[in-house]
Design a protein around this ligand. Structure first.
Ligand code: SPV
Ligand code: MG
Length: 276
């Protein structure tokens, strides 16, 4: 099965899958070996790997190169976080053309105005009009050459303080414009608005995606029961690696030795196994 068909199957309404947010080929391989079905080429993760904010600072080419490396290194389908589509509809058309040529299974674009700010940070969150974003989705769907390329529409209503009614209105409009799935994002700590949205959206054909970062007490199983098909664990690998690197490097600089650390860190043999 090709990777686009794999992604379609992974997110089908009657299926449930887990995606790991990754930022390079190495983290993508580790996610594959850990049992995930889908890779999320995280804009936050890729930006962090360059040491810059996730605020539309990197170019499309830098995000694409990272997604291509993940795709080439694994058998898993890559769903690429493409922020706002990197500009207006002409940027969206170029983006779809380039990601599709690189073999990426699908792209996700969010209904915020370019340049966007990371959804979980303190920056202002400015949403596109429904009409403007529908034009972006239509452009993406018209541009794709392969019928199974996936376009996910991400709704930032809850991120920008909007209502459930607005989120549902947008989900309906984006589905009508041709989106293959909708991602509903939230920064609430209890996850209630996400579960509520999942249970209330009447569309039973278009898959729903959630990103349980700020609401870790909601399990993947609860998301599944609320009607979601994909849970994206977008930044846990990045955060785990930051903690591990900080602890190990602080240990070495303090003790000027690695003898007490060796059993805590991956062996070179494990590194070599990830390089095949
Ligand atoms: C990402 O991983 O880049 C995302 C999810 O878009 S979030 O950081 O929550 O916006
Ligand atoms: Mg992102």
């Amino acid at each position: 099965m090709n990777k686009r068909a794999m992604l379609r199957r992974a997110i089908a309404r009657n299926e449930f899958s887990l995606a790991a947010g990754v930022h390079d080929a190495l983290s993508a391989r580790i996610a594959q070996r850990s049992g995930f079905q889908v890779l999320w080429a995280s804009g936050l993760g890729i930006s962090a790997s360059y040491g810059v904010p996730d605020d539309s600072i990197l170019t499309m080419t830098e995000f694409l190169n990272a997604a291509r490396a993940m795709n080439d290194a694994t058998e898993l389908p890559v769903l690429a976080d493409c922020d706002t589509g990197y500009g207006d509809i002409r940027n969206v058309a170029r983006m779809v053309d380039q990601y599709e040529r690189a073999g990426i299974a699908g792209v996700c674009i969010e209904d915020k105005v370019f340049p966007k700010r990371n959804s979980l940070g303190s920056g202002a969150q400015v949403q596109e009009t429904v009409e403007a974003f529908c034009t972006k989705i239509e452009t993406a769907k018209k541009t794709q050459r392969t019928s199974d390329f996936v376009v996910v529409a991400r709704i930032e209503t809850f991120i920008s303080g909007g209502s459930k009614e607005d989120a549902i209105r947008r989900a309906d409009a984006y589905a009508e414009a041709g989106a293959d799935a909708v991602l509903i994002h939230s920064k609430a700590r209890d996850g209630r608005e996400i579960l509520d949205f999942g249970r209330s959206w009447p569309n039973k054909d278009v898959p729903m995606v959630a990103v349980p970062t700020t609401y870790p007490d909601i399990s993947a199983e609860e998301l599944r029961s609320a009607g979601f098909s994909l849970a994206i664990y977008a930044n846990q690998a990045l955060r785990a690696s930051i903690t591990a690197m900080q602890q190990s490097l602080t240990h070495i600089s303090k003790h000027c030795s690695t003898s007490q650390l060796e059993s805590e860190i991956a062996t070179l043999g494990e590194v070599f196994k990830l390089q095949v």
